[in-house]
Design a protein around this ligand. Structure first.
Ligand SMILES: [Zn+2]
Length: 319
């Protein structure tokens, strides 16, 4: 039977409701790409497994209970979102005060990063859950998703600078933070203001996000100039930050290029390999996993910066 003509039946169940012999039958079917409305069409390499327009939050929430092509996108961010804050609060409570030089403000730096991760992953999981509702709600969810990314970039950049430039007597911390907040605000306006929602502003939006991400190099250049290469790298735990950037960029490039689903093929002689990545392992899912790994790398860098602050910077200054 043709793959294209056969909608996937996901669940079919019959329940006796109470004792009144009423039979409730629930059938959930998923749609193929060619069956979608225009606004739902995004990645033509993903052929099946779509939840068609629901016009119902209840149905969107119900889609959390069965497998479709957004399931992995949802849970790859919903699970970390649910765990991160509790894990970081535990860390703050039991691991930060081990240094006699611990002051107390440091916990807010860890907390703001944890909140940013929770907001970003929560917004992303929400978007992927409600994107099948309607065009209007999908657009709103998409803006929410981008806003979460902006929050995460801003808080990530600020968190490292606060530790790595802790003893800086110049105003570098203030300059960096002002720069990050300004760029974050510009990206927010470009994302949320309807005047910039048209396609002709898309290159400007992309450019501003790239500049925003690259602004993280600004403190690196200043640190190398100020402390020398070796100390700058040690202070900022640069190896973890480089790994973080690598995962973000790799994930974004794979997603932009629709890899691996673009390598699906059909030779017209019955050896079709089309649709292999519809449900699992398509580019957006890989992107999500890379983002989670990148956030973990950032966490490792932040912990490393905290240790350096107390074992070297404050330790030396206390003699
Ligand atoms: Zn996503």
């Amino acid at each position: 039977m043709s793959h294209q003509d056969d909608p996937v039946v996901i669940s079919e169940e019959s329940n006796l409701v109470g004792g009144d012999q009423t039979i409730k039958k629930t059938t959930t079917t998923l749609s193929f790409y060619h069956e979608l409305d225009h606004w739902q069409k995004d990645n033509h390499y993903i052929l099946s497994g779509y939840v068609k327009e629901t016009n119902s939050y209840k149905k969107c929430l119900a889609s959390l209970t069965y497998i479709h092509n957004e399931t992995v996108n949802i849970y790859t961010h919903l699970l970390p979102c649910s765990l991160v804050l509790a894990a970081v609060l535990y860390y703050i409570e039991y691991y930060l005060p081990i240094y006699p030089t611990y002051i107390g403000w440091e916990k807010f730096n860890f907390a703001q990063f944890a909140i940013a991760v929770t907001v970003c992953f929560g917004a992303s999981a929400s978007f992927h859950t409600i994107k099948s509702h309607s065009q209007k709600i999908c657009k709103f969810g998409n803006q929410l998703d981008y806003f979460g990314i902006i929050i995460l970039i801003t808080c990530s950049l600020i968190s490292i600078v606060l530790f790595a430039f802790y003893d800086d007597s110049f105003y570098w911390k203030q300059i960096f933070i002002t720069t990050f907040l300004t760029l974050g605000t510009i990206c927010t306006v470009l994302t949320l203001d309807p005047r910039f929602a048209t396609p002709e502003y898309r290159p400007l939006r992309s450019l501003m996000f790239i500049i925003f991400g690259l602004s993280g190099l600004f403190p690196v250049v200043v640190a190398i100039n100020k402390y020398g290469y070796h100390v700058a790298v040690t202070r900022s735990n640069a190896h973890w930050l480089v790994a973080e950037g690598g995962f973000y960029i790799t994930g974004a490039v794979l997603y932009a290029m629709r890899v691996p689903e673009r390598f699906d093929f059909s030779d017209g002689e019955g050896r079709s390999k089309v649709g292999r990545f519809d449900i699992y392992f398509h580019s957006h899912q890989i992107f999500h996993v890379m983002v989670v790994i990148a956030a973990f790398c950032h966490w490792k860098a932040l912990v490393g910066c905290y240790k350096y602050l107390h074992e070297v910077i404050l330790n030396e200054s206390s003699y």
